[in-house]
Write a protein that binds this ligand. Structure first.
Ligand SMILES: [Fe+2]
Length: 337
C-alpha cells in the first residue's frame, strides 16, 4: 500500500464509522461523477473477475443476478440504474453512503428498511487483487447481483429483525453468521463446491485461492467428487472436530493479539499456529483454509477476520439449508417481545 491521501494505512481491524446525517448523501444527490481513472479501475476489476474460468466456480444465482443487473463492464453504474434493476424485483433500495465502513448498528437499521448501502469509495490501483476494506466494487459487483434474487433478499431480510433485539453477545454471533454466509459462504450446486459470498467474489486473490482449494481437496484425495460431497465434508468435520476447535481457539488468541489483522504476517500466522498445536498439515488440514459444513455453534466461536485470512470457510448443502440454519438462530431472537 502506498502512502497517500486516498489509501489509509491499516494497523488493525478496519475502523467502522457511524452514519452522520449531515455528512451523508441525500435523496437528491445520490449520483456522483467519477474520474476516467476510476472508471478504468472499475473496468479492470470487472474484467479480472468476469472470466469463464472463475465464473464457473461461482454459484448460478450470482450469474443469473449479474445478467439481470445489466452492469456496464466499462463504467461505474449510477444508483438509479441499480434501483431500476433491483427494487421492482425484490423491494430492496440502494443508497449511497459517505462512510467507508459502516457500524453494524447503523447498517442493520438501514437493512430493516430494506436499504443496502454502497460506499462512495473505490479502491486504488495497488489494491486490484485484494483490499481488506469493502469498496464500491465489492458492494456493487459482489452483493447487488444477488439483490435481484428473491432467495437472497429473503436471507438478508432475516438479519435486521434479529439484530435489533439481540443482546451484545448475540449481535457478535449475528455478524459472524453474516460474515461466513453472505460475505464468505460456499454452497453446493450439482455436487460441486461453489463460491457464494460477496467478499470472495469481489477479490481476485481470495477468489482464486478459494478455487485452488476446491481442486486441492480432490487432488489430495480428501474428497471424491464422484461421491456425495456434502456428506464427505460433514464426515471430515465430525472426525476432526477436536482439532478444528483447538485451531479456532488459537485463531481467537491470534485475533486478540491483533495478528489476524496484519497484512504482513498473512498466512504465516496460521501456519505457525498449526505447528504450535502439533497438527500435521496433511489431508483435510493441508490447505490454506478448512472447509466445514455451515454450523451455527462453530461459527459463533470463530472471529470475523479481515485481510483475507479467513481460516475457515463454511458450506451449505443448498440455499434452502442456509435459510433453515440461519432461521434456527435468528428467528427466536427476532420473535422475542
Ligand atoms: Fe459485503
Amino acid at each position: 500500500m502506498t502512502e497517500n491521501q486516498n489509501t489509509p494505512i491499516y494497523t488493525g481491524d478496519i475502523a467502522a464509522q457511524h452514519l452522520e446525517p449531515e455528512r451523508e448523501y441525500t435523496t437528491e444527490n445520490q449520483e456522483i461523477s467519477f474520474s476516467a481513472d476510476q472508471h478504468a479501475i472499475w473496468a479492470d476489476l470487472f474484467a479480472g473477475i468476469h472470466q469463464s474460468y472463475l465464473l464457473e466456480h461461482i454459484c448460478q444465482q450470482f450469474k443469473d443476478g449479474l445478467k439481470l443487473l445489466e452492469l456496464d463492464p466499462l463504467h461505474i453504474p449510477a444508483v438509479a440504474h441499480l434501483n431500476e434493476h433491483i427494487t421492482p424485483r425484490t423491494g430492496w433500495h440502494i443508497e449511497r453512503t459517505a462512510v467507508r465502513y459502516t457500524l453494524a448498528d447503523d447498517w442493520y437499521k438501514k437493512f430493516a428498511q430494506r436499504i443496502f448501502l454502497i460506499t462512495d469509495y473505490l479502491r486504488s490501483r495497488d489494491q486490484m487483487e485484494f483490499t481488506p476494506e469493502p469498496d464500491m466494487f465489492h458492494d456493487i459487483f459482489g452483493h447487488l447481483p444477488y439483490l435481484t434474487q428473491k432467495f437472497y433478499a429473503a436471507i438478508e431480510d432475516k438479519f435486521a429483525p434479529a439484530y435489533m433485539k439481540a443482546t451484545q453477545d448475540e449481535k457478535e454471533v449475528i455478524k459472524r453468521l453474516a460474515w461466513y454466509s453472505t460475505e464468505f459462504g460456499l454452497v453446493i450446486e450439482d455436487n460441486q463446491l461453489k463460491v457464494f459470498g460477496a467478499g470472495t467474489i469481489s477479490g481476485r486473490a481470495e477468489l482464486a485461492n478459494t478455487i485452488m482449494e476446491f481442486y486441492r481437496l480432490s487432488r489430495d484425495n480428501v474428497v471424491d467428487y464422484t461421491g456425495n460431497l456434502f456428506e464427505q465434508i460433514q464426515d471430515l468435520f465430525q472426525s476432526h472436530k477436536d482439532n478444528i476447535y483447538r485451531i479456532i481457539d488459537g485463531v481467537n488468541e491470534l485475533h486478540r493479539q491483533g495478528q489476524m489483522s496484519s497484512q504482513e504476517n498473512g498466512w504465516n500466522v496460521v501456519h505457525s499456529l498449526y505447528k504450535k498445536l502439533g497438527i500435521e498439515r496433511d489431508g483435510y488440514f493441508s490447505g490454506e483454509v478448512i472447509i466445514a459444513p455451515f454450523d451455527v455453534e462453530t461459527i459463533a466461536r470463530i472471529p470475523k477476520t479481515v485481510y483475507a485470512f479467513n481460516p475457515m470457510f463454511f458450506v451449505c448443502e443448498s440455499f434452502e439449508q442456509m435459510d433453515a440454519l440461519l432461521d434456527s438462530y435468528l428467528k427466536p431472537i427476532a420473535m422475542r417481545n
